[in-house]
Design a protein around this ligand. Structure first.
Ligand SMILES: NC(=O)c1ccc[n+]([C@@H]2O[C@H](COP(=O)([O-])OP(=O)(O)OC[C@H]3O[C@@H](n4cnc5c(N)ncnc54)[C@H](O)[C@@H]3O)[C@@H](O)[C@H]2O)c1
Length: 320
């Protein structure tokens, strides 16, 4: 089985490639442009680990470069594609909105114009985001809830979903949007809460706690995500266009920061007011997800968190 993963030097792409490479008869093709939004050294480390497996083939490709991308797809055929390459991060979309349109919208459409030519493709999975829902008052959020993106990042994910939905009647393969909710774990993103807090601590810098920690996030452990994604590959038919990928157990950020503060004896934390782009709560329903795949149990948050923190400190990721 041949699987293409875009954004393979990134957190979810790398983790999924690493997981699949342990299975038999799977060849992984990965592309990424080593974008410098966060530590490129860290991304190289991830690719180095994947390259140790002979069933992994990497190409440095920028999905916004049409010609390079179409050359890449020449003479290739994949059974499944996981499109994870994107400019991630809600807050950075306030600083550099153009990049989001270029990578997330134009890049997505470039990928699409190439995959329609593939003969064996069974499913095109792509990363959407919980941010497509915007601020909600009722929880949990179901897939049928209205979409009201609050940031440029979220808007580009809605554009992807609209484009994919429009194309779904015109292609021979299945398409599924994956609405991820705050994924965390080993090899995670340095721009996200847990690693940001750990890095400030290790570098003896002040950690700024947004909105006084008055947020709830539906943290979902990477190891659970990997099992779910693998199970989704085997589904013969999807009756939905996008599904929530979440544990459906929101965690209060203040409680999380208090826990880390105590665990690490952190001193330098400063609470600041709310960022206009941040929604207060994300709390998805995973009932639909559970209809498609049997999930035994989501990992207990404390367990996932401790694994994550220990891995980060042991490997001195804050130095990268
Ligand atoms: N991690 C989460 O909690 C979360 C939540 C919701 C949605 N998502 C989405 O899931 C996907 C994967 O997220 P992640 O956390 O692994 O992010 P990530 O930033 O770690 O990975 C994205 C990868 O895409 C690559 N990339 C960026 N621009 C590119 C380009 N022009 N050409 C080729 N590659 C490019 C980056 O170099 C990076 O390695 C993204 O689409 C993201 O928006 C993630």
């Amino acid at each position: 089985m041949k699987i293409l993963i875009t954004g393979v030097a990134g957190f979810i792409g790398f983790s999924f490639a690493n997981y699949l490479l342990k299975k038999k008869k799977i060849k992984i093709y990965g592309i990424d442009n080593y974008d410098n939004y966060y530590s490129v050294k860290f991304k190289h480390l991830r690719i180095k680990k994947l390259k140790a497996n002979k069933n992994f083939v990497f190409n440095k490709i920028d999905i916004t470069k049409k010609k390079d991308l179409s050359n890449y797809f020449k003479k290739k055929d994949f059974d499944y594609i996981f499109h994870f390459a994107a400019q991630a991060g809600v807050r950075y979309s306030l600083i550099n909105p153009k990049k989001y349109f270029k990578v997330n919208k134009v890049g997505f459409e470039n990928i699409f114009s190439n995959i329609i030519k593939l003969k064996k493709l069974k499913t095109f999975f792509y990363a959407s985001s919980s941010s497509v829902y915007g601020s909600k008052k009722k929880f949990p959020t179901f897939e049928s809830s209205s979409l009201s993106p609050q940031s440029i990042y979220a808007k580009t994910k809605v554009l992807n979903e609209k484009f994919a939905n429009k194309m779904s009647n015109k292609v021979n393969f299945k398409i599924l949007g994956l609405r991820f909710f705050t994924v965390y774990g080993e090899w995670g993103r340095p721009d996200m809460f847990i690693f940001k807090m750990l890095k400030s601590h290790k570098n003896n810098k002040i950690f700024y706690l947004n909105n006084f920690g008055n947020h709830q996030r539906d943290f979902t452990y990477i190891q659970d995500i990997l099992i779910i994604l693998f199970k989704l590959i085997k589904i013969k038919k999807f009756n939905h266009k996008a599904i929530n990928i979440c544990s459906s157990k929101p965690i209060n950020i203040k409680k999380l920061s208090d826990y880390l503060k105590k665990k690490l004896n952190m001193k330098r934390i400063k609470s600041i007011k709310k960022n206009s782009y941040d929604v207060n709560t994300t709390h998805g329903s995973n009932l639909l997800l559970k209809k498609y795949v049997k999930v035994k149990k989501f990992t207990n948050f404390k367990k996932g968190l401790n694994n994550t923190v220990n891995w980060y400190l042991k490997n001195k990721i804050y130095k990268l």
